[in-house]
Design a binder for this molecule. Structure first.
Ligand SMILES: [Cu+2]
Length: 170
C-alpha cells in the first residue's frame, strides 16, 4: 500500500515536471519547449525556437511548419556570407539523422513566421504544426517568453548578500 502510494506520488511529480518542461513525443521524434520572443505591435515577423531530437534508427525530415498566427512559417538557418550573418530558408526540409538533435535558437536555426496576424504577447501561447516526413504532424504549443527557458532557480543565496560597507553600528 505504502509502495503504491509512493509510486503514484512519483508519477504525479513526473507528470508535473513533464508539463513544465513542455515537451512532445511522437514516434521517434521528441520536441522540447517551443518558444518565441514577444513581438512589437506592428511587427510582421517572428521566430520560434525549440529543441528537436530523433531517437529512432532512421533519418527523418521536418518538411514544413505552419501556424494560424502567421501567413507563412519557414525553417531558417543563419549562414555567414562575406562576413555578414544572413538567414535563409533551409531547402528541402531539415534532415535529422538517427540519434541526433537540432537546436533552434536565437542566432541559429529558427522557424521564421511571416505575415504575423497578431502580436505575440509575453505569457501567451499559440499553436504551431510541424510536419515530419516519417513521424507525421506534430501540433505544438509555442510559449511567448523573453528569452530561452529560465533555468530552474538555483538561488541558493550564495551571492549579493554581502553587508554594505557604510553600515553604521550603533
Ligand atoms: Cu529567419
Amino acid at each position: 500500500m505504502k509502495r503504491y502510494l509512493l509510486a503514484a506520488g512519483a508519477l504525479a511529480l513526473s507528470g508535473i515536471a513533464a508539463a513544465s518542461a513542455h515537451s512532445y513525443l511522437q514516434k521517434d521524434i521528441s520536441i522540447l519547449h517551443p518558444w518565441a520572443r514577444p513581438t512589437a505591435e506592428a511587427a510582421k515577423t517572428g521566430a520560434v525556437y525549440l529543441s528537436v531530437s530523433n531517437r529512432g534508427e532512421t533519418a527523418d525530415t521536418i518538411v514544413s511548419a505552419s501556424t494560424p498566427v502567421a501567413d507563412k512559417a519557414e525553417i531558417h538557418e543563419h549562414v555567414e556570407e562575406n562576413g555578414v550573418l544572413r538567414m535563409r530558408a533551409v531547402q528541402g526540409g531539415l534532415k535529422l539523422a538517427p540519434g541526433t538533435s537540432a537546436e533552434f535558437k536565437p542566432g541559429g536555426l529558427h522557424i521564421m513566421l511571416f505575415g504575423l496576424k497578431q502580436r505575440l504577447e509575453e505569457g501567451t501561447s499559440f499553436p504551431l504544426t510541424l510536419v515530419f516526413e516519417k513521424a507525421g504532424k506534430l501540433a505544438l504549443d509555442v510559449r511567448v517568453q523573453r528569452g530561452p527557458s529560465e533555468a530552474p532557480a538555483d538561488a541558493s543565496g550564495s551571492h549579493g548578500a554581502h553587508s554594505s560597507g557604510d553600515h553604521k553600528a550603533h
